[in-house]
Design a protein around this ligand. Structure first.
Ligand SMILES: *Cc1c(COP(=O)(O)O)cnc(C)c1O
Length: 495
């Protein structure tokens, strides 16, 4: 029997994995969740002997049950190849008593590559399986990293187009340059005069516009999403938590069945939800530590049980976490409500109407595995500086937010579990913030002088992704008002 996926909302739409991947969002605006979380059917000893691709297969086959072995293995092979600059794919680096799981060795040097290098293959395979004749149009809002990773994944993939909206002025100069220099006739990059949440809401509105869908269907197009709400993003992210645990065990860093904590710098709640799924598959993960920056809506939620986005939106040096609506949290809310779509719908309606909701006491009890905290801007810089001074290891701003919360967690609880910190971006992606954190004198340097200096003081090669854009031409310069996003999409598809 296939594992089915059901909407978190009242429509209760139930589909196969490949259909869920194709659709992205359910028709009722909900997110697709598996009707149960499968248990791993291999032992940790077996896993400890597997490489990344083999581990990926063992995890993903349990979620994508309507893919044949051949189909799934083909997708995995195409994704985790020489686009990654290490065969290990996701190396663990021990520094200052924690294990940094480096998820930034792919094409765009951020962890989004882990899922977005495989999503195009999962999607085109899903389209074939479901006899889809239309071109798939990927519509994505990005706070910086998803956009480039999705563009890199989908560029020139036949029968697909990709449109990316990013907040103009809300992403790092390197992130922007990475996107606006993207090649491929099927790619389109648009800056919006607004913030990430507005970009995300705009994209959701386009998805939910049934008339537009009809109009575009007649022209041979249908939308899908590369955002982290797509289960084709979520499932590949479970893999690296399983992999990290089994590598720690293989290398003798942890004993058999020893519990570890994971610390995840969080924005849309996709990455940490994947860790939660890994735990529910049977991995010995104890605490799920959710790290926020100054946009600490999740910290407040874990503290009080009240989710409230009515607050100032703060631009920080970890822009990929500058988010006030963490879309994937809905999957957790649905689950802690006892898979109750009516209760979840009620809370999500409150969120869209009043910008806030409050969970019940019994739901709150279900959150015991989670710990939330946040790292301020000054603390983030201090974490980077201190880690560099003490160990020579340089981490990016997002990872530093997680490392800062990890320190607070240990100080508050005295927990001695070993911890894996998800290292979500290369420091080369946020060079100015990282170098300024180490020493303010670096602010005088240009962006690419900073790149070379970082390479020198950190003793790491400049990643390919950065070399590529040094002299690349800007190919995308469209900027639009939030209200015009739909029009821009239609123009691009029908020009
Ligand atoms: C996207 C991103 C995050 C946040 O991940 P979510 O899955 O949205 O919680 C953290 N760090 C970096 C570098 C990112 O690109």
């Amino acid at each position: 029997m296939d594992l089915m996926y059901t909407s978190t909302r009242k429509g209760k739409e139930t589909v196969t994995a490949s259909q869920a991947i194709l659709k992205g969002l359910a028709s009722d605006g909900g997110l697709f969740v598996p009707t149960s979380i499968p248990k791993l059917d291999v032992t940790i000893d077996e896993l400890s002997k597997m490489d990344y691709k083999e581990t990926a297969y063992e995890v993903m086959k349990l979620f994508l049950t309507d893919f044949t072995e051949e189909e799934l293995k083909a997708c995995i092979d195409k994704a985790y190849d020489s686009k990654f600059d290490t065969e290990v794919i996701a190396p663990l680096v021990k520094a200052d008593g924690a294990y940094y799981l480096e998820l930034f060795h792919g094409a765009t040097i951020a962890f989004k590559d882990m899922a977005l290098s495989i999503l195009p293959h999962l999607l085109t395979t899903s389209a074939k399986k479901n006899n889809v004749k239309n071109d798939i149009v990927i519509l994505t809002a990005t706070s910086g990293d998803t956009g480039k990773a999705a563009l890199a994944g989908f560029a020139d993939v036949p029968n697909t187009k990709i449109i990316v909206f990013y907040p103009k002025g809300g992403v790092s100069p390197i992130q922007e340059k990475q996107m606006v220099t993207q090649k491929g006739d099927n790619t389109f990059v648009v800056g919006i005069k607004g913030n990430f949440d507005q970009a995300q809401s705009g994209v959701k509105a386009i998805f939910n516009n049934k008339e537009l869908a009809k109009e575009l269907d007649a022209k041979g197009f249908q939308f899908s999403s590369a955002n982290s709400i797509n289960i084709g993003r979520l499932v590949p992210q479970i893999v690296y938590y399983v992999y990290a645990y089994s590598k720690l065990y293989a290398e003798g860093e942890i004993a058999k069945d020893e519990k570890i904590n994971v610390v995840v710098p969080t924005g849309n709640f996709g990455n940490i939800l994947a860790a939660f799924y890994a735990k529910n598959m049977g991995m010995p993960i104890d605490k799920l530590i959710c790290a926020s920056n100054d946009n600490k809506v999740l910290y407040d939620f874990f503290e009080t049980g009240s989710y409230d986005k009515n607050r100032e939106f703060i631009l920080t040096t970890s822009p990929s976490m500058d988010i006030l609506i963490s879309s994937n949290l809905e999957r957790l809310i649905y689950r802690i409500a006892g898979s109750d779509e009516v209760k979840n719908q009620e809370l999500m309606d409150a969120l869209s109407k009043d910008g806030k909701y409050e969970i019940t006491d019994s739901m709150k009890k279900e959150l015991a595995d989670f710990y939330g905290n946040y790292t301020t801007e000054a603390e983030t810089a201090e974490v980077i500086r201190n880690l560099y001074k003490e160990t020579g290891y340089i981490i990016d701003t997002h990872t530093a937010v997680a490392a800062g919360v990890h320190k607070k967690y240990v100080a508050a609880t005295g927990d001695t579990n070993k911890s894996v910190i998800a290292s979500t971006a290369s420091p080369f992606k946020f060079t100015r913030s990282v170098m300024n954190a180490i020493d303010e004198k670096y602010d005088a340097l240009s962006d690419f002088e900073l790149v070379d200096e970082l390479s020198k003081i950190g003793n790491v090669d400049v990643p390919n992704a950065i070399e590529e854009i040094r002299n690349a031409n800007v190919l995308h310069n469209t900027v639009c008002e939030v209200a015009d996003m739909e029009k821009v999409v239609v123009d691009f598809l029908t020009k």
